[in-house]
Ligand binder design. Structure first.
Ligand code: CDP
Length: 229
């Protein structure tokens, strides 16, 4: 059977990665977390001292450094889990912090950063058989994806999920900071000039506010089987 392209977009912290990863595993597709790529770019900017105290990014210094910024994915040999590599270094834990979350949307709004990441994502998905999650996958990266899903959930529920996730990782976040961060990211992601977060007209909408992980997995699998039958 021909392998299709599946694009999962939506608001911050609504569980897209969990559902995309689960679906890919279940149907034997490759999973790509496009947000991890923008997070790795952000970590690179932080390490290079390109984030100004007011949170803006020194794009004039970043642009000539782009050839030195390589993001890739690998598998952790011990756990078998996917890991994000920044210039060959495993940065999976470092890119999930609140600090990276607080700078990522301005970095992801820079047109030359998007052009570089989009080109790489299109190469990764060129043969189909891929589930990619992000903000612009069904609109800009793979506008012809056979299956598009737009996911959302209420702000408070999304903030609670992200708060719990950070606590499990040993961070001690403030709930209101988490809520403010996801609202601010949604605002920047939806209003940027290049590839803003939008629901593609042909996307299936999933509000998972009141769904368990098992229920959302079943919902996605049912849609996938309907489309590929
Ligand atoms: O996991 P969460 O929903 O919090 O975010 P993420 O998927 O890790 O993405 C982090 C940030 O990267 C987003 O807030 C966007 O600013 C940016 N992003 C993007 O611009 N385009 C994508 N395709 C994916 C992420």
């Amino acid at each position: 059977m021909k392998k299709i392209t599946i694009a999962i977009d939506g608001h911050s912290s609504c569980g897209k990665s969990t559902m995309a990863k689960d679906l890919a595993r279940e149907i034997g597709y490759i999973y790509i977390d496009s947000g991890a790529m923008y997070r790795a770019c952000t970590l690179f900017c932080m390490r290079q001292g390109l984030v100004r105290p007011d949170g803006t990014i020194d794009t004039a210094r970043l642009e000539p450094l782009m050839p030195q910024l390589h993001v890739a994915f690998g598998l952790d040999a011990a756990t078998g889990r996917p890991q994000t590599l920044l210039n060959g270094e495993n940065v999976e834990a470092d890119i999930r912090t609140m600090e990276v979350s607080s700078h990522v949307s301005p970095v992801a709004a820079i047109p030359f950063v998007r052009a570089a990441m989009t080109a790489q994502q299109q190469l990764m998905g060129a043969k189909g058989g891929i589930v990619m999650d992000g903000r612009d996958i069904g609109t800009a990266v793979f506008p012809h994806a056979e299956m598009k899903v737009f996911v959302t959930a209420s702000d408070e529920i999304r903030a609670r999920r992200r708060y719990d996730e950070l606590c499990v990782k040993g961070e001690q976040p403030d709930f209101d900071d988490v809520l403010r961060n996801l609202r601010e990211r949604d605002r920047i992601d939806s209003t940027r000039a290049v590839a803003p977060l939008r629901q593609a007209p042909d996307a299936l909408v999933l509000d998972n506010s009141n769904l368990t992980i098992a229920q959302q997995k079943q919902w996605l699998l049912d849609r996938f089987h309907e489309l590929t039958r």
